[in-house]
Design a protein around this ligand. Sequence first.
Ligand SMILES: NC(=O)c1ccc[n+]([C@@H]2O[C@H](COP(=O)([O-])OP(=O)(O)OC[C@H]3O[C@@H](n4cnc5c(N)ncnc54)[C@H](OP(=O)(O)O)[C@@H]3O)[C@@H](O)[C@H]2O)c1
Length: 244
Amino acid sequence: MDRKIILITGAGGSLGSAILERFYKQNSEFDIIAFSKVQNVQTCFKNIKVDLEEPLSTTFWTKLFDILNGKKVAGLIWAAGVFFGEEFSSPYILENFQKQWYINCYNLLEMTQKLCSFFDCEVGGQIIAISSMLAKRSTNGSFSYSTTKGMQDILVQKLAYELAKYNVRVNSINPGLFRSNMSEQTWSQQEKIERLQSNIPLRHFVHVNELVNLIHFIFHGNCKSLTGQNIFIEGGNLLCFSKL
Ligand SMILES: NC(=O)c1ccc[n+]([C@@H]2O[C@H](COP(=O)([O-])OP(=O)(O)OC[C@H]3O[C@@H](n4cnc5c(N)ncnc54)[C@H](OP(=O)(O)O)[C@@H]3O)[C@@H](O)[C@H]2O)c1
């Protein structure tokens, strides 16, 4: 029998590569297709170079369908993301909003819509989008990021309804700040980090491994009714009245 496929976007990122590693080590029954903005991020997987801030090209789809070659898909993990940090008054706000919309919403929707018939209805499948705590919060420079992550959360809920007929569960994970390439600049500001930490009731920043554990649990745990959820993992940060 053909091995099933898991597709992972943002594969070269801090979280994406940690997910890739866990799935590679613990799920030898799956083949992985890694999507990355750069070529050949991981040599042991099938790689597709793609810029998710733009509409997906015909060349991209031809390459993906060639690799899939009729094989069944077990899951899509959408870990790609980018934070531009522009002020609302910036002349780039509309351009950046459009890029964020493509990466967080439109391309996730198109990929889901084109792939839904590739899932095995009997066994079922999973789509997990990495959203953000900022879907529910605003901070300076977060307008396009926060707004499109919020839209992603709604998209996840609506896709869960549509894909139930394919036996595919769709959820998002919404982390608080965690250490990664994306947040490295924040981590270099000790005072800011201490202030942010004091806003977290558990006083603990989420760690990449916790996110990978959660993804793994959703994927493999016996939780067949879990769908359409935005799962916040932020040490209680959202419970706290605080200034980001
Ligand atoms: N770090 C945080 O504090 C934090 C908090 C909440 C949510 N998140 C979310 O967590 C997810 C993972 O981010 P991370 O923290 O691990 O940051 P990261 O290391 O910067 O990873 C993000 C990855 O997204 C991919 N990406 C960015 N722009 C792309 C583009 N135009 N086309 C294709 N791929 C693109 C890149 O993957 P390649 O390198 O493979 O090209 C990049 O490495 C993101 O969705 C982010 O929004 C992060």
